[in-house]
Structures are given as structure tokens and as C-alpha cells.
Design a protein around this ligand. Structure first.
Ligand code: GLA
Length: 386
């Protein structure tokens, strides 16, 4: 756990001079719209007040010196040798540098110390915070003049080509473009977005961190991306104008039911439904209707668990706790899946009771001490000092 001040201090302790640049890169939550981003769909994430802080200075050695304060690791990498390592956090950072290099920018040596208060593996996208903080740093240092959307696209490309994860753009986009006190509705087809207030009167959004993140997540994610592409390919055989699952109607999903494999049918059904649910969520939030908001969350959970198969027993348990609690309107797993947090909409006066009841039962069942993650919605990445 590090604050901006302690990251700056650790930078001085590691490198012996004061940083030239300090950056805050937030994590994100997602209200609804899960696994729709890589299907050109709709998502409703927001940047949160849990972030990674980067302190950065220049060196004359053509080397990137990284000090990962939260995990007490250090790596020095020559700018002549920007290739993937087996260290995931390092690859997220190197991949960004490599993208700028590939575009023809002349990179210079940097000293980088980073740390923060963003939990790893909790489904709040510490990886996007790593990428977006670093992308903003290079944009500044190189005076590259890229917009926030361009930086999000660059970070996504880096995930695809350098890190090897075919992710959508939601996490990077939310980390960079977040708007204080709002979520943002992103149309992942054209990357237009607008700020949406998500507070519901008399209620609170509650995140419970299961403190588990299962190994399966990465390979399962890659499988889901492929299965969605398979569905699109088949639909295109009769509807060539279809570009992605965003263009596919529920009727078409049913029309192709006997041609899809059983698994691909369920994946397509989930994604097509999730786009509709995201639109319905905007309406429900606009009406301030907690019952409707909660129902949509529950429907997404069922879809993610049964059709998309990205839940896990720990999350199913936390969901069941939420489902049976009288103060909870709805709940679901948040993020890519296989662990991390549940997101629930809870009556204000019942929140403490829900949190303690659910976490106690969870501890009894799994022997794991989950915790509440209290967040607020903030602006996207910022340069704190330069
Ligand atoms: C991960 C990916 C995102 C998105 C979510 C699921 O967080 O990085 O692009 O696909 O999973 O909604």
C-alpha cells in the first residue's frame, strides 16, 4: 500500500534524485456490460479512487529501471531489448514502451517507481492502470500528443501483441477517460462515450472482494473471444452485413441455434443479452428504480455463471448471500471472471449488515477472509506533478 507521497519518497531512496513527473492511474469498476467490449458492444465502467502512482525521472543510460514497490521487485531493461519476459507486470510496462518505439519515437532512459492502493487480482484492473499510467508518461515525455482515446487504443494493442491477451478496450478506456462521480457508457464500436450518474437514492453500491483469482481466467478469456468470433462467422454466412455480436439480434441467435455448437450458442446468447441489459440499465438508472437495476444485475450474474461460464464457487456463494439478503436489490460478479469482486446494489441502512453477514458466511464456507472494497468514482489518469 503506497500513497503518492510514499511513492515519491521511495523514488528518491531508489534513484537518489527527485522525480520529474508524477502520475495517478486509477483502476475501474463496471456497473454492467461484461464481455461485450471485444464484441463491439456497450459497457458502463467508471474509474475509481484506488490507483497506481508513478514517479518518473530521466536517465542517460538507455535503460528502463522499474521499482515495483507493492511487490518489492526491481527490473532494469535495456531500450535495445524490448521483448516479452515472463513477468506479467513488467510486460504490461515494456509493451507500452515498445508500442511507442514501433511508431518511430526515439525512447530515452527512464527511472520509474510505482505503487498504490489498487488490489491485484480483485477484478478492478490493476493491469490497465499499469498500462495507462505508463502510456501517459511516455506521451508526456515524448510529447507525442496522443489523445486519451488513442492512448487507450495503444494500451489495448500492447496487451494484444506484447502481453498476448486479446482483451477489449473497456479497462484502459475507463482508466483514462473516467469522469468524477459518474460511470461512462462506452460504445466500443466507435469509442464514443458519455458520463452517466449511477447513484440510486437510498442505496449504495457495494463491492465485496472474494480474495480469490483463479488461474483459469486467462485461457478461458481467450476461449471466449474465439467462441464469439466463431458465432459471428456463422451468422455472416447468411447475414454478411453483420460485423460483430453487437449487430446480432436475439432472433438471429435462435435462428442459428441448431448450427452453433451448444457452447457457442450460449456464449452468443449471453453477449447479445448483455448489450440489451446495458441499455436497460441506463433506463433503470435514469428512473432511479432500484428493483429494475437489481434485476438486471442478477440477470447478468446468471448469464455469466450459466451461459458464459466465468463465475466460480466462491463468487456463486457471495451472490447467493446477496440474493437472500432482504436489503440487497441485486448482485453480480464484476470483471473478466473466475474471482475478484461482486458488485451489489444495497439499501443504505442495510449495507453494514449485508457486508458483515456475507463476509462471515463466506469465511465459514471457504476459510478465506474476504473484504469490502470501498470506492468512489473519479476522473481518469492525471499528471499530478511535472
Ligand atoms: C477483462 C478485460 C476487459 C473486458 C472484461 C470483461 O477485464 O480486460 O476488456 O472484456 O474482462 O467484461
Amino acid at each position: 500500500m503506497h500513497s503518492i507521497e510514499s511513492v515519491k519518497q521511495q523514488f528518491v531512496a531508489a534513484f537518489g534524485y527527485a522525480p520529474a513527473l508524477v502520475i495517478r492511474a486509477p483502476g475501474r469498476i463496471n456497473i454492467i456490460g461484461e464481455h461485450t467490449d471485444y464484441n463491439q458492444g456497450l459497457v458502463l465502467p467508471g474509474a475509481i479512487d484506488k490507483a497506481l502512482f508513478f514517479a518518473i525521472g530521466h536517465n542517460d543510460d538507455q535503460v528502463l529501471r522499474f521499482r515495483a514497490l507493492d511487490i518489492s521487485q526491481a527490473q532494469d531493461i535495456s531500450l535495445d531489448h524490448l521483448v516479452p519476459t515472463n513477468e506479467l507486470w513488467l510486460d504490461y510496462l515494456l509493451g507500452i514502451a515498445q508500442q511507442f518505439q514501433e511508431e518511430g519515437f526515439q525512447l530515452q532512459g527512464l527511472d520509474v517507481a510505482f505503487g498504490g492502493n489498487l488490489p491485484i487480482g480483485a477484478g478492478v484492473s490493476s493491469s490497465a492502470a499499469l498500462e495507462c499510467g505508463m502510456a501517459t508518461a511516455w506521451n508526456h515525455v515524448l510529447q507525442a500528443g496522443k489523445s486519451r482515446t488513442e492512448l487507450a487504443q495503444l494500451a489495448q494493442r500492447s496487451s494484444h501483441t506484447f502481453v498476448g491477451i486479446p482483451c477489449g478496450i473497456m479497462d484502459q478506456f475507463a482508466s483514462l477517460q473516467g469522469v468524477a462521480d459518474h460511470a461512462i457508457l462506452i460504445d466500443c464500436r466507435d469509442l464514443s462515450f458519455k458520463a452517466v450518474p449511477v447513484s440510486v437514492e437510498g442505496c449504495e453500491w457495494v463491492l465485496l472482494n472474494s480474495k480469490v483469482s483463479h488461474q483459469l481466467a486467462e485461457s478461458a478469456y481467450i476461449d471466449r473471444v474465439k467462441e464469439c468470433a466463431e458465432a459471428v462467422k456463422l451468422v455472416q454466412s447468411r447475414y454478411p452485413e453483420v460485423e460483430s455480436l453487437r449487430d446480432v439480434t436475439p432472433g438471429q441467435v435462435e435462428e442459428f441455434k441448431s448450427e452453433f455448437s451448444e457452447v457457442v450458442y450460449r456464449r452468443a446468447r449471453f453477449v447479445v443479452g448483455e448489450n440489451f441489459r446495458t441499455m436497460m440499465m441506463i433506463k433503470a438508472l435514469g428512473e432511479g428504480n432500484p428493483e429494475k437495476v437489481g434485476q438486471l444485475l442478477n440477470m447478468t450474474q446468471l448469464g455469466l455463471a450459466q451461459d458464459y461460464e466465468v463465475s466460480c464457487s466462491e463468487i456463486d456463494f457471495l451472490f447467493a448471500q446477496a440474493y437472500r439478503h432482504p436489503g440487497v436489490y441485486g448482485s453480480r460478479i464484476m470483471g473478466g471472471g473466475f474471482g475478484g469482486c461482486t458488485l451489489s446494489l444495497v439499501q443504505k441502512e442495510q449495507r453494514d449488515n449485508f457486508v458483515s453477514t456475507a463476509l462471515e458466511a463466506y469465511h465459514q464456507e471457504f476459510g478465506v477472509q474476504g473484504e469490502e472494497l470501498v470506492v468512489s468514482l473519479v476522473d481518469g489518469v492525471s499528471i499530478v506533478a511535472s
